[in-house]
Design a binder for this molecule. Structure first.
Ligand code: ATP
Length: 498
């Protein structure tokens, strides 16, 4: 209303000036320039930056909505007791917790945990990302940090809440080591300094208690000043979920979806080793989309399998390899799958020669547990499995192809792991002090031995290998059941050990 009255008055003055013969053009130009400045500075948030930190009062995420991550949840809950029981904390003279740092790979639920923390403490929740503080204009980042803390206090007061949580994702962008940002380091340093100042200013007896939760995948990049006691002095690790965690996450994301009787979430959890929460959420969503596209009322196991492949490898390719290439892919994948199944029975869940993303074919493994430690024998069996694809090509076609490049890289990595863990013939060694060429020689030795063993394994089971290739060519995919039928019903599995 005031805006309209002011605008009316300005127009009246301009008309009056025109009538009495004044040239009002410069004044109009001045208004236009002023308006443009206002739009870029205030509306676009150049100084305020308030478009970035969204406040969402209905954002109710509970800790029970976060699957797995038991250790992270417990640590976070324990830290939050300082906010929930603030009066008792004050009486005990305990310094309040100012910052919690969540570290871990992308998509593991760090943002979800921060949201759950705000629900748990009935705090106002403001979310932003480190990259939103960085502008090429000096002082803008620092101003944005000041405004963020101010907004957290104001919003909590408006909402009659005693606590506010500020969540900063990708803190490494804003909190990277000072002096390492080249020519624009002054702006970065000022922004980080302002964050440190704001955090130092947080007190228990503030009318609104503010807790900063930050998340990063690169804790090694952070400035040590951020991690010192009194700032982000709690670090909570949010890792990739284990099998139990994956099952919980799958249960959470299939709660609202109709599942067919053949869907066993435990099997899917077992087959999705290495998936993050975000991958699992995406797989459940993709499975539902596939079922919907096929006009099904329920999501079946085959939809999940296809969705997992899609999330892992990407969309199916339109262009198909030639028949000759397809045969080679079938041979290669059969080699991997056969070696894997012979060395670790029950370890293959699915083999396919449908091209997706960058892969022409794929063998999905099904680890029995999520191991933390590996023996030399286990790593050697993994090297054999890696090499078995190209060995099968050599046995069946008489030559190898470029399709094994990634397998070789993986085999070299595993061989290095044997050497650096002190499990090779070289004994305990330091990577830096190893004479030039020794590492290479030892890797070659390990790979040659495993190559010979894998070749023996496949040659002894050549009938099974041929059957697998035939079936793969016919059906484009092979299930664990098909594999079991070929290997065990015909009793043709001849282990290398025998
Ligand atoms: P980034 O590091 O990339 O910012 P993040 O760790 O913050 O990722 P979130 O944004 O919390 O990950 O997770 C993305 C989505 O993945 C969530 O919205 C949720 O759907 C799903 N998700 C991830 N982890 C979990 C989990 N532990 N339980 C349930 N869902 C999860």
């Amino acid at each position: 209303m005031i805006k309209e009255i002011l605008l009316g008055m300005v127009m009246a003055v301009l008309i009056f000036l025109t009538v009495i013969g004044y040239n009002v053009l410069p004044i109009i130009l001045l208004f236009i320039i002023g308006g443009l400045c206002y739009f870029t500075i205030v509306q676009k948030g150049l100084l305020g930056g308030m478009s970035m930190n969204q406040y969402n009062p209905d954002n109710k995420v509970l800790f029970s909505d976060v699957g797995g991550q038991e250790v992270a949840k417990n640590e976070l809950r324990e830290a939050l007791e300082f906010i929930v029981k603030a009066d008792r904390i004050k009486k005990m003279g305990i310094r309040p917790l100012k910052g919690i740092l969540l570290t871990g790979p992308p998509g593991t639920g760090k943002t979800l945990l921060a949201k759950a923390a705000s629900t748990y403490t009935s705090s106002v929740f403001l979310a932003t990302s480190g990259s939103e503080f960085i502008e090429m204009y000096a002082g803008v980042g620092a101003q944005r940090v000041r405004n963020l803390f101010k907004k957290a206090r104001e919003t909590a007061s408006k909402e009659n809440k005693g606590n506010s949580i500020i969540f900063i994702d990708e803190i490494e962008v804003l909190g990277g080591k000072r002096g390492t940002h080249g020519s624009s380091h002054m702006e970065y340093d000022q922004t980080l300094n302002q964050l440190l100042v704001e955090m130092d200013g947080l007190k228990t007896d503030d009318k609104v208690r503010t807790l900063v939760i930050a998340a990063t995948n690169r804790v090694d990049l952070l400035d040590p000043a951020l991690l010192r006691p009194g700032r982000f002095d709690r670090q909570v690790k949010v890792d990739l979920p284990d099998k139990k965690g994956r099952l919980e996450i799958l249960r959470i994301h299939t709660k609202n979806k109709p599942l067919a009787k053949d869907v066993n979430l435990e099997t899917i959890a077992k087959e999705t080793f290495g998936f993050s929460g975000a991958h699992l959420e995406s797989a459940t969503n993709e499975a539902a989309i596939l079922a919907f596209r096929e006009g099904e009322k329920e999501i079946a196991l085959n939809h999940f399998r296809e969705a997992v492949d899609k999330v892992m490898l990407g969309e199916k390719l339109n262009s198909k390899p030639t028949d000759k290439e397809l045969y080679r892919v079938a041979v290669h994948e059969s080699g991997h799958a056969l070696a894997s199944e012979l060395l670790n029975p029950g370890s293959v869940s699915h083999v396919t020669i449908t091209s997706r993303g960058n892969a022409l074919g794929y063998t999905r493994h099904n680890p029995k547990d999520d191991p933390y430690l590996y023996t030399k024998e286990y790593i050697e069996s993994q090297i054999k499995i890696c090499l078995a694809g190209s060995i099968a090509e050599e046995i069946m076609i008489g030559n190898k192809s470029t399709g094994a490049t990634n397998d070789f890289k993986q085999a070299v990595k595993l061989s290095k792991q044997i050497i650096l863990s002190g499990l090779s013939e070289l004994g305990v060694v330091s990577e830096d002090d190893l004479p030039k060429g020794s590492m290479h020689e030892e890797i070659r030795e390990i790979i040659q031995v495993q190559e010979k063993a894998a070749s023996g394994l496949l040659t002894k089971n050549i009938d099974a290998l041929k059957k697998m290739i035939d079936l793969l060519q016919k059906n484009e995919s092979l299930s664990a059941k098909d594999l079991g039928k070929i290997l065990y019903a015909n009793k043709c599995a001849k282990n290398a050990a025998s």
